[in-house]
Design a protein around this ligand. Structure first.
Ligand code: FE
Length: 467
């Protein structure tokens, strides 16, 4: 339980929360260290943003006497919702962010959060940095679902999978009985794309998209495991490659693209990342596709489309995310890239919202922390009758590769490499911009200048605020 006088600050780029009560002991900040006393050169331990880029977290208002917090967790298993309830489906960052946003506006509105998973609260971006930080999966957990629900004075049902949504009757069918809603928020998340693969070990490919699957993956990292193959050189693939080489594993990265982070950064940034990670030992197999994975005497034998084979102990797929839309599609909601929403995050069904990795606005999914939090605010506002629209600004993306930190803010849609203009380009600092009509339309910062992203993002009108 936090001391009421301590405050919490959030890094919008990665979701890290600096809690004054807990400090940041890994960086030498003892519990109780006030934000004001953090040295200026401190950086977010997850993504490297500056102290001044943290934003003071508005705390949830205290529970009112008529809905005592103590009863929330205890009654949770029985809560069947009701017409007065906001029911949130999903306990990822998006689901919990909506619960927090509703509580800030409406201390007494009945809220029920339902999750198929155990609902643990943790900063998901930390997963791809856990090995290098020497953290076990359980070390990443801030609090459990019951604790968070009690803190927010909401009700929660974990390990409860939804099997059907009936928007006409405003009813959810779950594996544990029905739930009635007044307003419904779908925070269904996304799942890892499954690449077609031949061979008797195709099903052994690991996929990590939450703490539960990460825990399973870590359990596979026995002392015999020396070599890991990562499928995908996007953001998650590159972060894992850096993390795993830092932890002493040999890593091969396979991707059909000819460079990592192809859709995100200028070619020169990709090239520098390739070079630095190769120096750390990463074996890049770019322009390649894995065709098959077969069990071998020890580990696996993977065959690539260039005819090469790779002897490996584990294959981890990081080939991109696909929004979870099945429940919504079956209920007849409009789907495009995800569950289609408007600027208020309303779906095509009355009283139903969607948020986070499962939602798409004008065909675009906003799968990063900062826009998800603004989406959550828009939903809480709309439910409270206040209508604050979600502005689909290009998100600030931090690629958490400590070997070469990268911050990028790219306009939506494809960007030609020629559109990136080099402002600074030397071995330690890479700074590229995309010109816009008034100011810049995007930027990419890598190396020593990556921590300056907050200032550039504000030039674009982004939400990161100097404290
Ligand atoms: Fe951060």
């Amino acid at each position: 339980m936090n001391d009421a006088s301590f405050m919490r600050w959030i890094c919008d780029a990665c979701g890290y929360i600096y809690d004054e009560a807990k400090g940041d002991p890994d960086s030498g900040l003892a519990p109780g260290t006030r934000y004001a006393d953090i040295p200026k050169d401190w950086e977010c331990p997850l993504c490297g943003m500056k102290k001044s880029d943290l934003r003071l977290l508005p705390e949830a208002k205290p529970a009112v006497a008529s809905r005592p917090a103590a009863s929330a967790a205890g009654k949770s298993a029985l809560c069947k919702g009701g017409d007065e309830y906001v029911v949130i489906v999903g306990a990822g960052i998006a689901g919990w962010s909506v619960a927090e946003a509703i509580r800030r506006r409406e201390p007494t509105r009945p809220v029920l959060l339902v999750s198929a998973c155990p609902g643990l609260v943790y900063p998901k971006p930390a997963i791809s940095m856990a090995l290098a930080m020497n953290k076990k999966p359980e070390d990443l957990v801030d609090t459990d679902a019951a604790g968070k629900a009690a803190e927010l004075n909401i009700e929660v049902r974990t390990d409860t999978r939804i099997v059907k949504l009936d928007t006409r009757r405003r009813r959810l069918t779950t594996v544990r009985g029905g739930i009635q809603y007044g307003k419904l928020v779908l925070a269904l998340g996304a799942h890892q794309r499954v690449l077609p693969l031949d061979g008797d070990a195709a099903d052994d490919v690991a996929r990590v998209n939450d703490l539960g699957s990460y825990k399973q993956f870590r359990a596979k990292l026995t002392p015999e495991v020396k070599h890991i193959t990562i499928l995908g050189a996007g953001l998650i693939g590159c972060e894992f490659a850096d993390d795993m080489t830092s932890a002493g594993f040999q890593v091969t990265v396979v991707d059909p693209a000819d460079r990592p982070l192809q859709s995100l950064v200028p070619r020169a940034v990709s090239a520098e990342l390739v070079s630095r990670l190769a120096h750390k030992g990463v074996d890049w197999r770019l322009g390649s596709t894995m065709l098959s994975l077969a069990k071998a005497t020890k580990g696996y034998k993977a065959v690539l489309d260039d005819g090469c084979s790779v002897q490996t102990d584990i294959v981890l797929s990081a080939a991109g995310l696909i929004p979870n839309t099945q429940l919504a599609a079956k209920a007849g909601l409009a789907i495009d890239a995800g569950v289609a929403v408007d600027n208020t995050m309303r779906t095509s069904a009355e009283h139903v919202y969607a948020v986070g990795d499962c939602a798409s606005l004008a065909g675009q999914v906003f799968a990063y922390i900062e826009p998800i939090r603004r989406q959550a605010e828009a939903i809480a506002a709309d439910i409270a009758g206040a209508r604050e629209r979600f502005m689909p600004l290009p998100p600030l993306v931090k690629v958490k590769t400590p070997t070469m930190p990268i911050s990028v803010c790219k306009p939506s849609g494809a960007v030609a490499d020629d559109d990136w203009v080099a402002i600074e380009e030397n071995g330690d600092s890479l700074h590229f911009e995309i010109a816009g009509p008034d100011t810049i339309a995007g930027f990419a910062l890598a190396g020593d200048v990556a921590s300056q992203a907050g200032g550039h993002y504000r030039r674009l009108g982004g939400q990161t605020q100097a404290a």
